[in-house]
Design a binder for this molecule. Structure first.
Ligand code: PMP
Ligand code: GLU
Length: 386
């Protein structure tokens, strides 16, 4: 059978593929340490589990309205209004099957064939492919010295076809967190060139240096009107397997995405919607404990990397470090580095090439203390023999 050009041209998600490879190796008896996948290693909070079980037991597990239950849309609108400090209403909210799906919905709603979308690097693996699936054209833009938006390069990338920009703070993979000044500059840049801003805020809660992650929608009402916020349950509530996320956008965009969702998937899983509503309404205490635990692991990993001479600039948020490995790589780049590391030390990392920056590797510290210590030991050994 002939496979469509679209499917032939799409790459398998590197993060998910590497996670699968690490799990395969583990199943075959190899003692793999898996720092490849970005997934909290905690169970979902108790209220989430209880709500999911109660929903199943009620027998009332049916289609919900396409955009999600009114109660969950209300809860998301209230949550986003409170956390971003500007009012959002339920009709602007679309519950999706995951944040990844929310991003896909947003791109399908916004991009026409040939429209260019700015993708500041380093960029999470799926942005480029999601833009391409929507027939848009991704335009990668290198970061500033500090790892943030490089406005000179962004300006130089503008063409008559530029329509939007995807931003992600805290950033996967670098952990970079944009401050208010940078977000204001982004708002001015988007206004100048009349761009939409797709703001992936899935790591918003995971900031470790006392600051708050800022949404572009907070800057002023004009920026709010050109911003689509994407967020979800996976990282904030350790609910990756529930597969539930959302977008919040000006109503015309949300309505377009609802039409798309109605044909592509229909309403999201009603058990997960109910469980997510419980998480948002109850603010489970486990979340604070999870953030504290990540903070401790981060401190440990950063100092260990520092001792190994691997500098990882600014990972103030998310649960990743993205050190520069330029002096340890050969012509095969970050992929060769990660292949050798997996083969020689059974330690799985993600090559920076997957995020558009081949001199780096991504380490996820969503691992318990013992595993993290073992990861550091293996990495040290690997580098000492390199
Ligand atoms: N955006 C970023 C930056 C991510 O790291 C992830 C990882 N899962 C997602 C979106 C998608 O999250 P999910 O599909 O689990 O909701
Ligand atoms: N976002 C996570 C990561 O970057 C999960 C995997 C994925 O969805 O690509 O590892």
């Amino acid at each position: 059978m002939k496979i469509s050009r679209r499917a032939q041209e799409i790459a398998l998600s590197v993060t998910l593929a590497l996670d699968a490879r690490a799990k395969e190796l583990a199943a075959s008896g190899v003692k793999v340490v898996n720092m490849a996948v970005g997934e909290p290693d905690f169970a979902a909070p108790k209220v989430v589990q209880t709500a999911a079980i109660a929903k199943v037991a009620s027998g009332d597990v049916r289609y919900t309205p396409i955009a999600g239950t009114p109660a969950l849309r209300d809860a998301v609108a209230a949550h986003v209004s409170k956390t971003r400090g500007v009012p959002f209403s339920a009709p602007e909210v679309l519950i999706c099957h995951s944040a990844k799906h929310a991003l896909m919905n947003a791109l399908l709603a916004l991009a026409d064939p040939g429209d260019e979308v700015l993708v500041p690097l380093p960029a999470w693996v799926s942005y480029i492919e999601i833009i391409r699936l929507a027939n848009g054209v991704p335009v990668e833009v290198r970061p500033s010295e500090s790892g943030g938006l490089n406005f000179a390069k962004l300006e130089a990338s503008i063409t008559p076809k530029t329509r939007g920009i995807i931003v992600n703070s805290p950033c996967n993979p670098s952990g970079y967190v944009a401050d208010r000044e940078e977000t204001e500059a982004l708002a001015a840049f988007a206004a100048k060139h009349d761009l939409w801003i797709l703001s992936d805020e899935i790591y918003r809660r995971l900031v470790f240096e006392g600051e708050r992650a800022i949404s572009p929608a907070e800057i002023n009402s004009e920026t709010r009107a050109r911003t689509i916020i994407v967020d979800g349950a996976s990282k904030a509530f350790a609910m990756t397997g529930y597969r539930i996320g959302y977008l919040v956008a000006p109503k015309t965009v949300t309505d377009a995405a609802i039409r798309l969702q109605s044909q592509m998937t229909g309403a999201p899983n009603s058990i997960s919607q109910f469980a997510f509503q419980a998480a948002l309404e109850e603010e489970p205490t486990e979340v604070g404990a999870m953030v504290d635990e990540f903070r401790e692991r981060r401190a440990y990993l950063l100092s260990a990397l520092d001792e190994m001479g691997l500098s990882a600039a600014n990972p103030r948020g998310a649960f990743y470090a993205f050190p520069n490995i330029a002096r340890f790589r050969d012509a095969r780049g970050s992929s060769g580095f990660c292949e050798d590391l997996l083969e020689q030390q059974a330690l799985a990392l993600v090559p920076g090439a997957a995020f558009g920056m081949d001199d780096h590797v991504r380490l996820s510290y969503a691992l318990d203390g013992a595993q993290l210590g073992e990861a550091v030991r293996r990495l040290e050994l690997f580098l000492s023999e390199r």
